[in-house]
Design a protein around this ligand. Structure first.
Ligand code: SF4
Length: 499
């Protein structure tokens, strides 16, 4: 099966080639507008970004899609889900934290013109369990309730790399991002007998330096929500690994100290499970009611779930839309592979910056041996979609469609009377030239790349030369109603006539 992926590149030179316009254009071209019927509740799933990340998609993309859904008669809401604890200081693990972080990152009802909600409730246990008999490793998924309850799901994805998922595309936006917290434990292999961290992780407690040499040692105990670590009075580090649920809260504490050595099988299994989690979401909502829009700009090597955003590893790739989440991810991976790496980015640092090199195996993943294809391939196996795709280049839709819609009058109609009443240009000063400026300067003297060729302060003493009154429409009225302090003509013609 060959799926269609609709695409516009990232270049922009007009209103209808802005990335916002392109997002809406590919949305319609892919037929996603046809999914929305009058009265439908439409979930727009985004990644709102961790505290202090900055490469996540600007909220205006979601706002533009929400406005489009309203035009189509639907009732949109924008959503994300609570995370696992992930690290001791995560910013989205409860609804309260998620909404605070989302709002700081620009996602709220005011900016989006529709509600922004936590789709899996306050703690992350508000979900819908769905059987997935065709799953490769998972046989059930726990889908965030608000997403499972929606009539239509628009998955709006920022394409980038990911330390564990290798790529952060549409599949991951569903397979992790649309799972409840409970569902995320499932996908991350919590308590799995072979792939769970409790079983697969190499534990090297001898690398703990002891309380005296490790002033932050209390974090070794405090990082775990289940209190599975203990530092004894003898400086021995103990881990009750049998009870580990794979929240990942300890990884950032243990790994840098050499206490944990992550196991590739945990990463590979999670990457496969992401595809099954995505299948669970599509099963819950209905495949014919799921649309995918992916914006591949600011392609940072790690995910928006990190509290930072590194230099993008490839240039902006463009905007994609499809009804097939597998095809759209493959199209993005292919585009990144064919693109040159950005000098100074991680792609150059790890030697995958040449066009044709796979970018994410090394620049995305935080463990050697993981593959940018694992999730995609698994989603082929579980029947979610196809790697094979036809990339359809979409034409621009015309500037009229993307004009500022709130006041459609052209300039003279909007500003003619306004400027008469509140004249912003001081025509009544300096022989109608308006401002105190030198009549002529040597502009070439400040264009040299080696610095200016005139001395500092050597050009400021020339007197102003008025050059007579220039007539312009409305000048007479404007002179009497400028909205500025009245300035008499003598003062206006004086070189000292400044304010
Ligand atoms: S030991 Fe397991 S449950 Fe505890 S913080 Fe680490 S991953 Fe989470």
């Amino acid at each position: 099966m060959t799926s269609k992926v609709y695409f516009m590149d990232a270049r922009s030179d007009s209103a209808d080639t802005s990335l916002i316009a392109k997002t809406l254009t590919v949305f319609d071209a892919a037929g996603l507008d046809k999914m929305v019927n009058k009265g439908d509740v439409v979930a727009i799933k985004v990644h709102c970004g961790e505290w202090n990340s900055s490469a996540y998609l600007r909220p205006v993309y979601a706002r533009a899609l929400a406005d489009r859904v309203k035009e189509l008669g639907g009732r949109p809401f924008v959503c994300d889900t609570t995370t696992q604890t992930y690290n001791p200081y995560g910013s989205r693990a409860t609804e309260l934290d998620l909404l605070e972080t989302a709002s700081r990152n620009g996602f709220n009802a005011l900016t989006l013109n529709c509600p922004f909600i936590s789709a899996d409730g306050y703690v992350g246990t508000s979900d819908y369990r769905v059987d997935i008999p065709d799953g490769y490793i998972l046989k059930e998924a726990y889908v965030a309730q608000a997403i499972a309850a929606a009539d239509v799901l628009i998955t709006l994805t920022h394409f980038k790399g990911h330390g564990m998922g290798v790529i952060g595309g549409a599949l991951k936006n569903l397979g992790i991002g649309a799972q409840s917290k409970r569902g995320k434990f499932n996908v991350h292999m919590g308590r799995h007998p072979k792939y769970g961290a409790g079983d697969a992780m190499e534990f090297l407690p001898e690398n703990f330096q002891g309380k005296d040499k490790d002033p932050d040692w209390t974090l070794l105990e405090d990082c775990c929500p289940l209190s599975l670590f203990e530092v004894t009075d003898d400086d021995e580090l103990k881990w009750d690994r049998e009870r580990c649920i794979n929240c990942l809260g300890c990884m950032g504490v243990m790994n840098p100290r050499g206490i944990f050595k992550p196991n590739l099988s945990n990463f590979d299994a999670t990457d496969a499970a992401i595809a099954d989690g995505a299948l669970g979401v599509v099963t819950a909502v209905g495949p014919e009611r799921c649309g995918f829009v992916t914006v591949a700009v600011d392609v940072s090597p790690k995910c928006d779930c990190a509290g930072f955003s590194d230099v993008p590893i490839v240039p902006h790739l463009g905007v994609f839309a499809s009804t097939d989440p597998v095809a759209i991810d493959q199209a993005c991976v292919d585009a990144a592979q064919h693109a040159p790496g950005i000098p100074g980015s991680l792609s150059e640092e790890v030697g995958v910056d040449a066009p044709g090199e796979r970018k994410f195996d090394l620049a995305g993943s935080s463990i050697e041996g993981a593959s940018e294809q694992t999730t995609i391939n698994t989603a082929v196996v579980n029947g979610l979609g196809s790697r094979e795709h036809e990339l359809i280049h979409v034409e621009r839709a015309g500037a009229e469609k993307f004009r500022f819609p709130l006041d459609t009058r052209p300039t003279r109609q909007r500003f003619g009377k306004l400027f008469e009443k509140f004249q912003p240009f001081p025509f009544d000063r300096y022989d109608t030239r308006g401002f105190n400026r030198l009549p002529e300067v040597d502009l070439d003297a400040v264009k040299g790349h080696g610095g200016p060729t005139v001395d500092p302060h050597s050009h400021g003493d020339a007197p102003y030369h008025g050059d007579g009154v220039l007539w312009h429409p409305g000048m007479e009225e404007a002179a009497g109603h400028s909205g500025m302090n009245p300035t008499d003509s003598e003062k206006a013609e004086s070189p000292a006539g400044d304010d």
